[in-house]
Design a protein around this ligand. Structure first.
Ligand SMILES: *Cc1c(COP(=O)(O)O)cnc(C)c1O
Length: 405
């Protein structure tokens, strides 16, 4: 049992890499989170796009219980039937032919980068190592992932920048064309940026990237860790554009619904260099993780859920545009895609998140002074209305601060 009397004070014994909000939750149900002292919050961040089916989803609970009583872990040196099943479900639903399972998003990115380099190496082009990334991107926290995103604040103090990573301004087509050369291995991009502030790549750019990669003989890697698995109203964001499928794709977050599961998907061609011994993971794809992944994916692929996401997203877009018109001193821009929504603010985003928490609404921060709405995909229109009312009050609070200043 959790110690109910313990105040939610951040501990001195946790490495200080997060500036935590002194708010601790004890249980969750659907779109609600309940603090240790019983206060309910509307969860419109879903653990950063992880609990896409809401908290305590009965099918996920059952999947964990059933598998926990049978078998948790063997090893990837054995055949894992649940893994084969989930890989088949993922490849049936996507461009991919093969899958490597991981425990996190950043490991899926690692696998994607290694797969791309090994592809060129196996074809006799070992000089093709450069991964082209873009400003405002986020690919996780391993050394390769921070080097791939190039965000200075994540790199500082961790040694010299690694060779083999190229960074370009976002949306500069000419710079991209000029940057592709004989040492390029792949382009790595989020179809909708998450942490960077919910910037959605236009469909025509996705298609353009695909054509550019084909012409240059390089690989296209999508990071759909945040925008994938239904978040934008399609199972994967690349589906919004025609003929824009990648060669390699990293997914995670919603795949486990809160249980750590990630995956690197690839075509057979792109994964040709990934031969026995070239990569691995102790935990990746273990029976317990796969049982949850299977149950989660089964729900996420449902056309009615995706249609629901598009409907609720349409409602948010209309209402948030209204708030932008009414509070021009607070809200500057509404962006993103589906239920990966960015609200760019004129006032400090951290303050705005507190105004939202004052209304018992949880929202995420984001780059470019945005806040993000990343609710469970199951959020009803009624609950979306409640979120809008709270956001309206948060705008009023932010507005009052502007006036007082
Ligand atoms: C969260 C995220 C990652 C990193 O995932 P972890 O599970 O934290 O390692 C990578 N890319 C994107 C787009 C993400 O949103």
């Amino acid at each position: 049992m959790a110690d109910q009397s313990a105040p939610p004070v951040p501990s001195d014994h946790i490495m200080g890499v997060y500036s935590r909000t002194p708010l601790a939750f004890e249980r969750g149900e659907g779109v609600r989170l309940y603090t240790t002292d019983g206060v309910a919050y509307l969860d419109c961040m879903a653990g950063i796009a992880v609990t896409a089916l809401g908290h305590s989803h009965p099918k996920l609970i059952q999947a964990v219980k059933d598998q926990a009583e049978k078998l948790w872990h063997t090893s990837n040196i054995f055949t894992i039937p649940q893994q084969e099943k989930l890989a088949t479900a993922l490849t049936d639903a996507t461009f991919a032919d093969v899958v490597f399972f991981t425990n996190s998003g950043t490991e899926a990115i690692e696998c994607a980068i290694k797969t791309a380099r090994k592809y060129h190496w196996a074809r006799g082009n070992p000089e093709r190592i450069d991964i082209i990334g873009f400003d405002g991107s986020f690919h996780g926290r391993t050394l390769a992932a921070v080097n791939a995103s190039g965000n200075a604040s994540y790199l500082e103090g961790f040694g010299p920048p690694m060779p083999g990573f190229v960074h370009l301004p976002y949306g500069d087509h000419e710079a991209l064309k000029a940057a592709i050369g004989p040492t390029t291995a792949a382009i790595l991009i989020e179809p909708v940026q998450g942490e960077g502030g919910a910037r959605a790549l236009p469909n025509v750019c996705m298609r353009g990237l695909r054509q550019l990669c084909d012409q240059a003989g390089i690989l296209l890697i999508y990071d759909e860790i945040q925008c994938g698995l239904g978040r934008t109203g399609k199972l994967f964001a690349y589906e919004w554009a025609e003929d824009a499928a990648p060669d390699i794709m990293a997914v995670a977050k919603a795949l486990g619904g809160g249980f750590p599961v990630g995956a690197c998907l690839a075509t057979a061609k792109a994964a040709a260099g990934m031969t026995p011994g070239s990569h691995g993971s102790t935990y990746g794809g273990n029976p317990l993780a796969m049982a949850v992944g299977l149950a989660s994916l089964e729900e996420l692929v449902k056309p009615e859920l995706l249609a629901h996401v598009r409907e609720v997203a349409g409602y948010f877009n209309q209402q948030l545009t209204g708030l932008k018109d009414r509070f021009p001193d607070v809200v500057v821009d509404i962006r993103g895609k589906g239920l990966l929504i960015g609200i760019k603010l004129a006032t400090p985003n951290r303050e705005f998140m507190q105004h939202a928490r004052d209304q018992h609404l949880l929202i995420a921060g984001g780059g470019d002074n945005c806040v993000r709405l990343l609710p469970p995909l199951t959020l009803t229109l009624e609950e979306a209305r409640e979120a809008i009312t709270s956001l309206e009050r948060a705008c009023e609070a932010a507005q009052a601060k502007v006036k007082a200043a």
